[in-house]
Ligand binder design. Structure first.
Ligand code: NAP
Length: 266
């Protein structure tokens, strides 16, 4: 499926028109910022790709396509068909499969690939963070750490907590999870950031939460829960980022835009 969102140069320069195409694998604020910068610069045809997981995604400017490609081989074919000049993988730090797929597809198609990834969070003085490798490890550790958990790890992977009948969970995610994945004692909060420290403190106090669970997503939009946990002296269980294919990487949309500008013509 393709859609076209309004962009600064979209009226003046329709898609194609001889400009080299850039594929941004998106679903993050950094991906939207990069699309905006490249569309504003006007030198490329900018195509953002979304997985289609979220019912009402925030659309980037420029062209948008939605849905999986069908694996690395199909993605490689798509890159060739569309004459893609370079790919920026700006997906979420925990979106492992699409990054692996992009790595294989770009090598196969001979297209340069850049990873745009925001830095992870760092604990500050007074923080009590417990690092774990994945959601099952977080679920295994949880009973030792708290009884009333603020679960902010997203809709996917909630099944790891489904068998925990002793913990109360305040589960916050963007779209409703699968009912079978939900633990017996929970309240569901459908919301999306950015969040404020005051708002997070209100949730912690109202639900008498005593532990926060998060992925190391990084970035400012969802970091308020960490400051709120610090303020209330709560432990935080933090899921480490998965490893990534080796390759060129930058941390900001501006750096990614500069990389795109530096890719030589094909
Ligand atoms: P994933 O496990 O890495 O991807 C699963 C499959 O979904 C991929 O193999 C691919 O299908 C498709 N896909 C994923 N991202 C895509 C994209 N940007 N464009 C086209 N197809 C995509 O990813 P996920 O963890 O389900 O995350 C899905 C999307 O949500 C990502 O784009 C990510 O940036 C965003 N997101 C994820 C998280 C998180 O915690 N995982 C949080 C916030 C946002 P094919 O193999 O068929 O190509």
């Amino acid at each position: 499926m393709t859609a076209r969102a309004p962009g600064p140069s979209s009226a003046a320069l329709p898609p194609g028109q001889g400009r080299p195409a850039i594929l941004i694998l998106g679903g993050t604020g950094e991906a939207r910022a990069l699309a905006e910068a490249l569309v504003a610069a006007g030198r490329h045809r900018v195509i953002s790709s979304l997985a289609g997981r979220v019912a009402r995604p925030r659309l980037p400017v420029g062209e948008v396509r939605i849905g999986g490609f069908g694996g690395p081989e199909r993605l490689a074919e798509w890159l060739v068909e569309q004459g893609v000049h370079a790919v920026v993988d700006a997906t979420h730090p925990f979106a492992e499969r699409i990054s692996a797929s992009a790595d294989v597809a770009c090598r196969r198609a001979g297209v340069p690939l850049l990873r745009l990834q925001r830095p992870g969070w760092q604990p500050a003085d007074g923080d009590d963070w417990r690092w774990v490798d994945d959601l099952p490890a977080a679920a295994a550790l949880l009973p030792e750490v708290g009884r009333r958990a603020f679960l902010t790890t997203g809709r996917q992977g909630l099944a790891a907590f489904a068998g925990d009948a002793s913990t109360f969970f305040l589960i916050r995610c963007v779209d409703p999870p699968e009912p079978a994945d939900l633990p017996p004692r929970h309240e569901l909060l459908l919301d999306r950031g950015p969040y404020t420290v005051d708002g997070e403190l209100t949730l912690i106090d109202r639900h008498r939460l005593d532990v926060v669970l998060t992925k190391d997503s990084g970035g400012p939009l969802t970091a308020a829960k960490l400051a709120a946990a610090r303020e209330r002296g709560l432990p935080v269980i933090v899921v480490r980022r998965p490893s990534r294919p080796a390759g060129d990487e930058v941390a900001t949309a501006a750096a990614a835009a500069a990389w795109v500008a530096s890719v030589p013509p094909r």
